[in-house]
Design a protein around this ligand. Structure first.
Ligand code: ZN
Length: 365
């Protein structure tokens, strides 16, 4: 018996586990994972039958460090950074890739298609190599060369697509139709974000429920959705008494989530160029889930300018010795604004996941 089923996030229809079925047959909605209690009453936390037999490259257990200079500068009680860029391929995506490729392997997949702004494609390519799967990765031709190089060195077929991020998704969808291969989209599959729950478990292991606010960049939302679910599980299990408020940060240039949170009219047609390539997602398929996840915690959404990404990348590197990618630096720009506007009170205890490495992308000056 599988330890879970898939539940449609729109109509709550249920179906058997699958890596190939991404949409509800009743209404076309996306799925979440719903766990089934084991005979002894315990609830599983991961979808694979044998978590110890996962396709792992040593992801997870990333460092949690105190950023004392930035904490003092912002007037916070404490400021912790979860160094997710210290993952095997340099981004938090490795947690999701471990789960998704394990499920693919166990379902007998040998070849699959994925689309990505870069980090997820690089990550899935590495995990595909490790478990012997053939990956086709569709990425914007404009993606950082370090990310595109990673995809290729891991042996995936790289399909570089001109245009913005959404064009890569559309090209991947066409290829899926033409080739009849499994589309293991990290954005559509419910398995990817299951890997992100452990970020919350690891924070709680060190700090219990002492964090008041989590501030993070949001694009397709796997980290947000997974982290909130991880905290909710710990709350339901009685391990913690409260959940931090989650605040999603987007570049002003591409802001569907923040616009939805704030009731602002915004569409794919309004996209502007941005250096926050990791979150340049104009039509996130899980937009509704993301808005619900943030609202469930009492959090908020905020946009940041292009200059502030570059400023905060330089500030983190020169004052803390932390080299974040611009997307990740944006979370700190958002944090500073949230403090300025009083949404986050001074003296609060804050955690920021630093999602990707600055080493992959060329510097902007
Ligand atoms: Zn449905």
């Amino acid at each position: 018996m599988p330890n879970h089923q898939l539940i449609c996030v729109d109509c709550s229809s249920k179906q058997d586990p699958s890596v190939a079925d991404l949409y509800c047959s009743e209404c076309g909605g996306l799925f979440a994972v719903e766990y089934l209690a084991a005979p002894d009453g315990t609830m599983p936390r991961l979808p694979m039958d044998e978590p110890l037999n996962s396709n792992s490259l040593g992801e997870g257990d990333t460092p949690l460090v105190f950023l004392d200079k930035t904490c003092e500068h912002l007037g916070l009680g404490s400021l912790w950074a979860k160094l997710e860029f210290m993952s095997p391929t340099g981004s938090f995506k490795d947690r999701g890739s471990a789960v998704l490729t394990t499920m693919g392997r166990d379902f007998g997949v040998t070849e699959f298609i994925e689309d990505s702004s870069g980090n997820a494609g690089a990550s899935l390519s590495a995990y595909a190599a490790a478990t012997g799967l053939k990956a086709h990765v569709f990425a914007p031709a404009s993606a950082a060369s370090g990310k595109l190089d990673q995809i290729q060195i891991f042996g995936a077929s790289l399909h570089k697509i001109e245009g913005h991020r959404q064009a890569a998704t559309e090209a991947a969808e066409e290829f899926v139709k033409d080739r009849g291969l499994v589309y293991m989209s990290h954005n559509l599959s419910p398995y990817f974000s299951e890997g992100m729950k452990a970020v919350s478990y690891e924070i709680v292991e060190v700090l219990d429920d002492g964090i008041d606010h989590v501030v993070l960049p949001v694009g397709n939302g796997s980290l947000l959705i997974g982290m909130v679910r991880g905290y909710q599980e710990l709350l339901e299990a009685g391990i913690i008494r409260r959940i931090p408020k989650f605040h999603g940060v987007q570049a002003h240039a591409v802001r569907p989530v923040v616009a939805a949170l704030n009731g602002e009219e915004w569409s794919h047609e309004d996209v502007q160029p941005t250096n926050a390539s990791g979150i340049a997602v104009s039509k996130p398929p899980r937009l509704k889930d993301m808005v619900e996840a943030i609202r469930a915690t009492g959090g908020s959404g905020i946009t940041v300018s292009e200059e502030s990404l570059i400023d905060w990348q330089a500030r983190l590197a020169s004052s803390e010795g932390v080299f974040a990618e611009m997307t990740s630096a944006g979370a700190f720009a958002g944090l500073a604004q949230l403090i300025e506007s009083g949404v986050i009170e001074r003296d609060s205890n804050v955690c920021v996941p630093i999602t990707g490495s600055g080493l992959k992308e060329p510097l902007k000056k």
